[in-house]
Ligand binder design. Structure first.
Ligand code: ZN
Length: 149
């Protein structure tokens, strides 16, 4: 299936201009920061976790359109999911960005995120696209180390 670049740009711009789950959270269960010094992207990620589920999350930050749009797509893909599902989703997305896994093979949860497939062609921008997803993984690690303690 060929989707013209035009459509990709539309989806990315839409998330950049109207980011989902954007803002700060008063009392998050986890707060994690992420930075991509190469581009100057910064991200704060707030999670509310109930039992095994991410029931709510928000992000705030600044940076290029790829990093901010990707963060918005990430929040939509993982909200309401169990931690195991979230890890699988992040792994699928990273598989596309880093290992060239075809976007068509990704689950529907990553529908909008598939539009970032073209970013693969620009190695410098891959870090922009991955920032929020890696920050989410760090947040989950924090959560797990807390549970283990
Ligand atoms: Zn960037």
């Amino acid at each position: 299936m060929e989707i013209p670049d035009e459509l990709y740009r539309e989806v990315i711009l839409d998330h950049y201009r109207s980011p989902r789950h954007h803002g700060k959270m008063e009392k998050p269960d986890v707060l994690e920061w992420g930075k991509n010094p190469l581009c100057g992207d910064e991200l704060e990620l707030y999670l509310t976790v109930n039992g095994d589920k991410i029931t709510d999350l928000k992000f705030d930050g600044k940076g290029c359109s790829i990093s901010q749009a990707s963060a918005s797509m990430m929040t939509e893909a993982v909200v309401g999911k169990s931690l195991a599902q979230v890890k699988a989703i992040v792994s699928d997305f990273k598989g596309m960005m880093m290992e060239g896994k075809p976007a068509d093979a990704l689950p529907d949860d990553l529908e909008d995120a598939k539009s970032l497939e073209g970013v693969q062609k620009y190695p410098v921008r891959i870090k922009c696209a991955l920032l929020s997803w890696n920050t989410l993984l760090e947040a989950l690690k924090k959560l797990e180390s807390r549970k283990a303690a």
